[in-house]
Ligand binder design. Structure first.
Ligand SMILES: [Zn+2]
Length: 307
């Protein structure tokens, strides 16, 4: 991919090198203002199976990607872990090729989605990409790098530890810069879904449908994000930013993070009803469809009989 020719996005918060929770921007649980005891519903979606970062903290609610988050308990002064105030003097870790690629791919997604939204007569509000190392605090909670890249709808930010790119290459067998670009474009796809009001519909399902039905909706949401990643790829290709072999790299990445492949790797067998992201074949198919058509309307996974 000729990412050297892409425009760098300014909507990047570099919290790498800041240690745990970096940045200290958000009080955990933006719902506090809604009154004590109220629950807030946040949508958090990621690239890979079992990504829900809040699961690790035991904050996970009922099903899928929607999290019911209770207000945090505040320990009286002198109790509980003492957190040092975020040091403003800590500079972010130096630039790396992965960070530069992330900024440039994000910049290119901004240009493509701005144009597509404009054509629909609306405005695209670009998301912010937060680069972090090890763990990060988001409006959806505290997440560790182990959870993989994710999008938090409550703060409209994408979270990425670029060490995931190594993992994509080594553990998932999907190397290459276009594979990395797919990861970012997929999370941007979730932001597009938020802008189109699709995330809201997902939130409204929470608690009203069975877990199996919710998982089904989650698969459709994820496959649509894959298709939207493909839509971006279509225009990157039109701009002659892709090299031969890039499409294959992207498809390999989409296939590598299919639920069936990941489940087989993790537990040795596959349970289709528990899929939340779609199989390798489905993810590849929808990414490819977006790449081929470049049309938002071709990504209507919610009304497609065949996934
Ligand atoms: Zn996702």
């Amino acid at each position: 991919m000729r990412w050297g020719d892409m425009r760098e996005s300014q909507n990047v918060e570099d919290r790498t090198g800041m240690g745990g929770g970096g940045g200290g921007g958000f009080p955990l649980g933006g719902g506090m203002r809604m009154g004590f005891g109220s629950l807030i519903v946040l949508v958090i979606v990621g690239l890979i199976f079992g990504i829900n970062p809040l699961e690790m903290l035991g904050l996970m609610g009922g099903g899928g990607g929607v999290v019911q988050q209770a207000p945090p308990q505040t320990a009286p002064p002198g109790y509980g872990p003492q957190t040092a105030p975020p040091s403003k003097a800590t500079p972010p870790a130096p630039p790396t090729p992965e960070k530069t690629l992330s900024r440039k791919v994000l910049g290119d997604t901004e240009d493509v989605w701005t144009a597509l939204f404009k054509a629909m007569g609306t405005r695209y509000e670009p998301p912010t990409l937060v680069l972090f190392t090890r763990q990060v605090r988001s409006a959806c909670g505290l997440a560790s790098a182990a959870s993989g890249p994710f999008y938090c709808s409550a703060d409209s930010k994408l979270y990425l530890d670029t060490a995931f790119f190594d993992e994509l290459s080594r553990r998932f067998g999907a190397p290459g810069d276009f594979a990395q670009a797919y990861v970012i474009a997929h999370e941007v796809g979730h932001h597009v879904q938020k802008q189109l009001g699709i995330m809201n519909r997902m939130e409204s399902l929470q608690g009203r449908v069975s877990k199996a039905e919710y998982n089904q909706a989650s698969v459709r949401l994820e496959l649509q994000a894959d298709c939207f990643a493909g839509v971006w790829g279509h225009y990157a290709n039109n701009e002659r930013l892709l090299d031969p072999g890039d499409l294959e790299e992207g498809l390999a990445a989409a296939s590598a993070v299919g639920d069936d492949r990941l489940q087989k790797q993790a537990q040795g067998y596959v349970v289709p009803e528990s899929f939340t992201h779609g199989s390798s074949a489905q993810r590849t198919r929808w990414f490819k469809r977006g790449m081929e058509t470049g049309q938002i309307s071709s990504c209507n996974t919610f009304e497609s009989n065949v996934l």
